[in-house]
Design a protein around this ligand. Structure first.
Ligand SMILES: [Zn+2]
Length: 146
């Protein structure tokens, strides 16, 4: 039997997220730096986290990362979502891909459609040019570092 993916596990935490409309995404620069650093340190394992933020005046502002406690392994991050504190401010997800492909897998697309507002995939070499942002439909969207 297949183990539930990170995204299936993340899902229950994002299900409560309000589906609010936004037309722009702003991400705090230090959040992106943190993501890049963790992706590099986790390699060849993948990592996943919840993006924290809120929508105000049509702008989705991502200002934090919320981690799921757990360990990583070469089979992907092993996480215990049941230990998570409430993540009311969760608005989406970020995960890394080992490899250079930042396109969502079919499992990713399914997850995006069901959870949150905004998703990041970071591929190798884990720099600013290898961060890919998607909306719930799995469409590439832009974001601004602030
Ligand atoms: Zn993926």
């Amino acid at each position: 039997m297949e183990k539930p993916s990170i995204f299936q596990r993340l899902m229950s935490y994002l299900l409560g997220t309000d589906k609010k409309l936004y037309r722009e995404v702003h991400i705090d620069r230090e959040v992106v730096e943190e993501i890049l650093q963790i992706a590099r340190e986790s390699y060849p394992n993948e990592f996943a986290a919840i993006l924290g933020g809120k929508v105000k005046n049509g702008i989705l502002h991502i200002d934090g990362l919320l981690f799921l406690p757990g360990e990583t392994s070469d089979k992907g991050a092993v996480m215990n979502i049941f230990m998570m504190p409430l993540v009311d401010e969760g608005v989406g997800s970020v995960h890394s891909h080992p490899g250079y492909n930042g396109s969502p897998s079919s499992a990713d697309l399914h997850f995006f459609s069901k959870n949150g507002l905004f998703h990041l995939i970071i591929a190798q070499p884990y720099n600013h040019d290898s961060i890919f942002a998607y909306n719930s439909f799995g469409e590439r969207i832009d974001f601004k570092l602030i």
